[in-house]
Design a binder for this molecule. Structure first.
Ligand SMILES: O=C(C[C@@H]1CCCCN1)Cn1cnc2cc(Cl)c(F)cc2c1=O
Ligand SMILES: [Mg+2]
Length: 568
C-alpha cells in the first residue's frame, strides 16, 4: 500500500485520557479511534492486525476440529428467560426493545443462542461430539471501560461451544482447545500462562484462564516458585495449617473502643497483634446475608464465598444494609450475638485464634479474650481467604509468588448448566433421552491485539511480531525529489510485493524525520530505507524490535528481509 493513498492518522502527542502504553500507542500510531466510551473504530492498520490474529485463531480452531459459524448479536429475551439469566444479570447486559416492544439483548456471550440452535438441529448421539465457533462482536456494558481495547463495551470475541455425550468426550475436546490456545498465543509471540481459574457464575468445574503477563493486568496470578502451579488468585486454595497456641483461655470482656473501626486502629488501640483480631465482613450472597470471618491480617476472598454457596451474585453489604441487619456500623461487626437470619462462616485461620479481639456488634465496643467455639459458633470453617505471597504452594512444591496478568482466553467445562435449563437432549444408542454435556471456550480477540501491543511496544512506538504485523516491510523513500532514490524505491516496492511481502511504502512528500518517527510508531517489523546510497544499489535495512540495522545491496534484499522476518 502507498502511504500517500492510505489512512493512517498518526499523532505526535500522547492523548491525555490514555493511561497505559498499548492504549496510547494504538491511538498515536493510527490503529484505533474511540467512538464512544469503551467503543472503538479499528482504523485500516488496526483492522489488518485483527485479520492476522483472527487468521491464526481460525487455523488453530479448525485444526482442533471446531467448525466456524456466525451467530446473531441480537438475542431474543425468551432464550435468556429459559436459561434464567435474563433476571440474574444486571446493567452489564445491554437490553433493547424492537419496534413491536419485544425484549432483546445485545449478546455478551452466546451460550443461550448456541444451545437453542443445537437442541433443535441435533437429536442423536451419532452427531456428537460437535464443536462450533464464531468470531463475533460482543456487548457488555462495563461500569468502568478502561485501557482502550483491554476493557471495552463492544469487543470482538472468538467463542466456541462443544456438545458431548460423555465427560470423557468433553475432557478430550477441552484438552484439544487448551492445546489450540497455547498454539495461538505462542504464534502471537506472547508470554502467557494457563492458570486454574474460577468458573464464575456460569457454574461447571474445571476452568482455565490464559493470562498474558503484564504489570497493568487486572488479574493477579498466584504461581509457585518451584513448580508450574499457577492459579488466578481468586481460585488459589490456601493449604496453610494453623496451630492453636497453648495460652490459657481468658474471660470474654467487652471494652470501649471509641472511634476505633479498622483492624489497624483496633489492634493498635488494644495493643493486640492483627493475627489475634477477627475481621468480620457482611456480604450479600444472592438474597441472603452472610457474615464472613477472617483473621485480621488476611483478606476475605469473595469468589470463595460465592463458591461456598454456589451463588450468582456476591457483594459486600452496603453501610445502610449493615446497619439494618447488624444494628451497628461496619467497624463494630463481630460473630457474637448475631441475628440467626445471618449465616456466619469463617476461614480456617480464625478457628486457631486464642484470646482474640472482635467487634461487639455495638457502636464503639469490641470484645477481648474472644475464643472461637466457646464464645461463638459458625455454620462452617472453610478456606475463605486470598492466598498471599509466601504461602505454601497448593501443590506442595515451593512457595507462592504473585504476577499480574491480562486475561486473553478462558476455557470452561460447562456440564449441563445450559443444556438442562434449555432441554438440549439427544437419543443415545439405546434410544434413551440424554442431556448434552457442554464446554465453552473464549478468546478476547480485540483484547489480544492490545495485549500484544502492551507486551512488545517500546518508548518509540508499537512493535509487531511478523505473524500479526499489519505489513511485513515498511519501505521508506527519503527524498522523493532525488530521481535515483525514487526510481529504486518504486522498483523495489514492486519487487518486494512480487516476492510475496506485504509492503507499506512511505512515498509521502514529508521530511525524513517525520517518516522515521511514524515508522517507529507503526511498528512494522522490517524497515527498508532508500536514501543517499541508492545510486550504488545500497539500501538500509532495520529490524524494528532489535533496532539492528545494516546496509544491504538490493541483490540480497529479498533474502535478507526473509531471514529477518523469520526471526522477528
Ligand atoms: O462469557 C462467559 C463464559 C464464556 C466465556 C467464553 C465464551 C463463552 N462464554 C462468562 N460471562 C462473562 N460476562 C458476562 C456478562 C454478561 Cl452481561 C452476561 F449476560 C453474561 C456473561 C457471561 O456469561
Ligand atoms: Mg474470564
Amino acid at each position: 500500500m502507498r502511504q500517500s493513498q492510505s489512512f493512517i492518522p498518526t499523532l505526535r502527542e500522547i492523548p491525555a485520557d490514555a493511561e497505559v502504553k498499548s492504549h496510547q500507542l494504538l491511538l498515536r500510531a493510527g490503529f484505533i479511534r474511540q467512538s464512544a466510551s469503551g467503543v472503538y473504530t479499528f482504523l485500516p492498520l488496526g483492522q489488518r492486525v485483527l485479520q492476522k490474529v483472527e487468521a491464526i485463531i481460525r487455523e488453530e480452531m479448525n485444526r482442533a476440529g471446531a467448525i466456524e459459524l456466525l451467530m446473531p448479536a441480537l438475542q431474543q429475551a425468551e432464550l435468556w428467560q429459559e436459561s434464567g439469566r435474563w433476571y440474574s444479570y444486571g446493567p452489564e447486559l445491554m437490553r433493547l426493545k424492537d419496534r413491536h416492544e419485544r425484549d432483546f439483548a445485545l449478546g455478551p456471550t452466546h451460550e443461550e443462542v448456541i444451545t437453542a440452535l443445537v437442541r433443535d438441529e441435533v437429536r442423536t448421539y451419532k452427531k456428537l461430539p460437535l464443536t462450533l465457533y464464531q468470531i463475533q462482536t460482543k456487548f457488555r456494558d462495563e461500569k468502568r471501560p478502561r485501557f482502550g481495547l483491554l476493557r471495552g463495551r463492544e469487543f470482538i470475541m472468538k467463542d466456541a461451544y462443544s456438545f458431548h455425550t460423555s465427560k470423557e468426550s468433553l475432557d478430550d475436546v477441552y484438552n484439544k482447545m487448551y492445546e489450540a490456545y497455547s498454539n495461538i498465543f505462542r504464534r502471537c509471540g506472547l508470554n502467557f500462562r494457563a492458570v486454574i481459574a474460577d468458573s464464575g457464575a456460569i457454574g461447571g468445574k474445571d476452568t482455565h484462564e490464559f493470562m498474558v503477563l503484564s504489570e497493568i493486568g487486572e488479574d493477579t496470578i498466584a504461581y509457585s516458585d518451584a513448580s508450574d502451579y499457577a492459579a488466578n488468585i481468586e481460585m488459589a486454595p490456601v493449604v496453610t495449617t494453623y496451630e492453636k497456641s497453648e495460652e490459657l483461655l481468658r474471660p470474654l470482656e467487652k471494652v470501649h473502643t471509641p472511634e476505633q473501626k479498622t483492624i489497624e486502629e483496633v489492634s493498635a488501640f488494644l495493643q493486640v497483634s492483627k493475627e489475634k483480631c477477627i475481621k468480620s465482613l457482611l456480604f450479600k450472597v444472592d438474597d441472603r446475608y452472610v457474615l464472613v470471618l477472617v483473621r485480621g491480617d488476611h483478606e476475605a476472598n469473595d469468589v470463595k464465598v460465592k463458591n461456598v454457596f454456589e451463588a450468582s451474585i456476591v457483594e459486600l453489604a452496603s453501610p445502610e444494609e449493615t446497619k439494618e441487619v447488624m444494628r451497628c456500623s461496619i467497624g463494630s461487626l463481630g460473630p457474637i450475638g448475631v441475628d440467626e437470619s445471618v449465616t456466619v462462616i469463617a476461614d480456617y485461620a480464625v478457628q486457631a485464634i486464642v484470646n482474640g479481639v472482635c467487634g461487639a456488634n455495638e457502636e464503639g465496643y469490641h470484645y477481648v479474650g474472644v475464643n472461637p467455639d466457646r464464645d461463638f459458633n459458625v455454620s462452617q470453617y472453610t478456606d475463605l481467604r486470598f492466598i498471599q505471597e509466601g504461602d505454601p504452594s497448593p501443590d506442595g512444591k515451593g512457595t507462592i509468588r504473585f504476577a499480574r496478568g491480562i486475561e486473553v482466553g478462558h476455557v470452561f467445562k460447562l456440564g449441563t448448566r445450559y443444556s438442562e435449563a434449555m432441554n438440549a437432549t439427544y437419543l443415545d444408542e439405546n434410544g434413551r433421552i440424554q442431556t448434552m454435556i457442554m464446554g465453552c471456550y473464549g478468546i478476547g480477540v480485540s483484547r489480544l491485539l492490545a495485549a500484544i501491543a502492551e507486551q512488545f511496544g517500546d518508548e518509540n512506538g508499537l512493535v509487531w511480531p511478523a505473524a500479526v504485523a499489519p505489513f511485513h516491510v515498511h519501505l521508506i523513500l527519503v527524498n522523493q525529489k532525488a530521481d535515483e532514490q525514487r526510481e529504486l524505491a518504486e522498483e523495489w516496492y514492486e519487487k518486494l510485493g512480487q516476492a510475496g511481502f506485504e509492503v507499506l511504502y512511505d512515498d509521502r512528500p514529508e521530511r525524513p524525520g517525520v517518516k522515521f518517527a511514524d515508522s517507529d510508531l507503526i511498528g512494522i517489523p522490517v524497515r527498508v530505507t532508500v536514501g543517499k546510497r541508492a545510486s550504488e544499489g545500497i539500501v538500509e535495512v532495520k529490524v524494528r524490535q532489535t533496532r539492528e540495522s545494516m546496509e544491504v545491496h538490493v541483490n540480497e534484499l529479498v533474502e535478507t528481509v526473509k531471514r529477518l522476518l523469520q526471526s522477528s
